[in-house]
Design a protein around this ligand. Structure first.
Ligand code: SF4
Length: 608
């Protein structure tokens, strides 16, 4: 908020709004002590006068000075408007946040209620509530609060839904953090700023609404008075002495314009931030088979299906042994990240995950009760996403976010969890870890943030680290440091890693074994030493050939693979690489199975 306010002077409308609001606040503070006595002084000799030197806005039916009354009424008018806006915002935020924590049916009911309230005319809602609550300031405040609430509820719902897709929310879900805690700790702090901005605009609306209620006789009742009440009293004399209505009308208009201008300007400055889409966790119980007891991760026949039968991941099988770093490589859209999401239970809704087997650390993820599955994922699996900024909650300090893992899963005290967080930050070579723990993510560089995310993964005792394009958003030097760190971490902790990348050079440098994905399937799996010269699948060979080396002729274009990978909805019955394959034959109309080609080497190609 402070950042936004500092940026305001660049906008003339914002300056005008800020000046008007400041004047109104000053008036509310100094009005009653300075002009309070004059506003209450009855003068039988000056009843119902028009404008004069002594009374620039005239007098009322008791001879009281209307200018003084307008100046004094500012405090009461603004206080009532603030109360109404706070009530509306509070009720709206609660209504809007409820669907995030309630079971699906109750959430739908609340959402339906909000939709109905949004469609209901605000003024009618305000009058209806005011009449039920009773005439006077209380009824008017509640009425205007009721009219403001649906807008806040809708805003909260929309923003909470969009924040729910952020990586750090996905990570918190995977850690087993409850919905209510995610809402309070991760969602609400990140939508607080736009809600506060909306409150500024709502204040202007409340002020006008309250004036309207008083003007209709439903608001403040004598002897109390606000601008609306003064306007109501002055309106009866509008044709004889129009100046008596001018003062309160001008005050209401200027205050309303001021709050709206300021709110608009703040909202414009704030609107330069965006948030990603929604995630859910569907995992279908697996079938029986012959599991590999020694594997850290064992995936067999894993498919991810979206409505319409689109399958971005198809019957994928993969095993990761303890301490092993397996690279999952392929072009964008080959299904690498969805495979990782399926393992972590983070496939976006409405995707459905099916698998013949999905075992982590010997436990069948499909058969475990939800709480145990969450706990296993939270303690044994660490996810490192591509964008470290999206992986960390921008509203929380780095140390606090790391500590949450120990608090939730190891039952550690806050102090112990924090000590471990600092220790882990030091472990990933962050300089001055104590200091970094006290910082917010935006205060760290990209490389430092990615180190912090890796440190977060090390808060538990992960047996498997899934790193999904963890170096893509970093510059080359920092990439090297992060790759070295990942290697170091796996060697020190004995954890295995599934390293996802589109860059076969990076994979070749870091990994022990490589699985190449194309159009949702693994088409080749081989030890990294064989990658350069022993690859058997035409696609893997083409990927390797597209890498420049010291002998590459830099004067011509770099080698590339002609054509494009088919989208998940276009994959046919045969080999998906057929259209781009120089070795394709008629037999390729039938899909080749992934078969053993040599030691630890499997290929899916008829011509291999
Ligand atoms: S199966 Fe046929 S089309 Fe597919 S990679 Fe092998 S040769 Fe090429």
């Amino acid at each position: 908020m402070g950042r936004l306010i500092r940026r305001l002077p660049s906008s003339p409308a914002a300056v005008a709004g800020a000046v008007l609001v400041t004047l109104m606040v000053i008036l509310a503070i100094i009005g009653p002590p300075i002009w309070g006595a004059a506003a209450e002084r009855i003068d039988p000799a000056a009843i119902l006068q028009g404008s004069s030197a002594a009374h620039p806005l005239g007098t009322d039916n008791l001879g009281r000075d209307l200018l003084a009354r307008v100046l004094v009424a500012g405090r009461y008018s603004l206080t009532l408007a603030l109360l109404a806006a706070l009530i509306g915002a509070g009720a709206g935020i609660v209504l809007g946040a409820l669907p995030s924590v309630l079971p699906r049916r109750a959430a739908r009911l609340v959402t339906g209620t909000v939709n109905a309230l949004v469609a209901f005319p605000g003024l009618l809602l305000a009058m209806f509530t005011a009449v039920i609550a009773g005439l006077g300031a209380k009824g008017a405040v509640l009425g205007i609060g009721a009219a403001i609430a649906p807008g806040f509820a809708r805003l909260t719902q929309t923003m909470a839904a969009s924040i729910a897709g952020a990586d750090y929310v996905a990570a918190a879900r995977m850690l087993g953090v409850s919905r209510a805690r995610i809402l309070v700790r991760h969602v609400l702090p990140n939508i607080a700023e736009p809600l506060i901005l909306n409150l500024t605009q709502a204040l202007g609306g409340a002020l006008l609404g309250l004036a309207g209620m008083s003007f209709l006789g439903l608001g403040v009742q004598p002897p109390a008075f606000d601008w609306g009440r003064l306007l109501f009293d002055g309106f009866a004399r509008i044709y004889v002495t129009p100046e008596v209505a001018l003062g309160p009308a001008l005050a209401v208009a200027l205050a309303g314009i001021g709050f709206n201008l300021l709110g608009d300007a703040l909202a414009k400055v704030a609107s330069r931030t965006a948030v990603p889409g929604k995630l859910s966790v569907p995992v279908v119980p697996p079938e029986q088979g012959e599991p590999d007891p020694g594997a850290v991760l064992e995936v067999k026949d894993l498919s991810v299906t979206f409505p319409g039968g689109v399958q971005p991941v198809r019957e994928l099988s993969l095993t990761v042994a303890p301490g092993e770093i397996v690279g999952l490589v392929g072009e964008s859209g080959s299904g690498k990240s969805l495979t990782a999401a399926a393992v972590g239970g983070l496939v976006p809704y409405p995707g459905a995950v099916t698998s013949g087997r999905l075992r982590l650390c010997g436990a069948d993820l499909g058969e475990l009760p939800e709480a145990e599955r969450r706990k296993l994922l939270g303690t044994s699996l660490a996810m490192v996403f591509q964008d470290p900024m999206a992986s960390l909650n921008p509203a929380l300090k780095v140390g606090g976010q790391l500590a949450e893992v120990s608090i939730v899963h190891q039952g550690a005290s806050r102090a112990d969890a924090r000590r471990r967080a600092v220790d882990r930050l030091g472990h990933v070579h962050l300089p001055e870890p104590e200091k970094q723990a006290r910082r917010h993510p935006h205060q760290l560089s990209g490389g430092m943030r990615q180190r912090a995310v890796i440190a977060m993964g090390l808060m538990g005792t992960p047996k498997l680290i899934i790193a999904d394009e963890p170096t893509t958003a970093l510059d080359v030097t920092v990439q090297r440091q992060i790759l070295r760190l990942l290697r170091e971490v796996t060697e020190e902790t004995g954890s295995a890693a599934l390293f996802i990348s589109h860059d076969i050079a990076v994979v070749g440098e870091l990994c022990d074994r490589v699985a190449v994905m194309y159009a949702g399937r693994v088409v080749e799996e081989l030890p990294v030493e064989q990658l350069a010269t022993g690859a058997a699948h035409p696609y893997t060979r083409a990927l390797v050939a597209s890498l420049p080396d010291m002998d590459t002729d830099r004067s011509g274009p770099l080698a590339s693979i002609p054509g494009r990978q088919p989208s998940p909805g276009q994959v046919g019955a045969g080999c998906a690489f057929t259209d781009r394959c120089p070795l394709a034959t008629a037999r390729c109309a039938e899909r080749p199975p992934l078969v053993t080609y040599g030691k630890a080497h499997r290929v899916a190609c008829w011509e291999a």
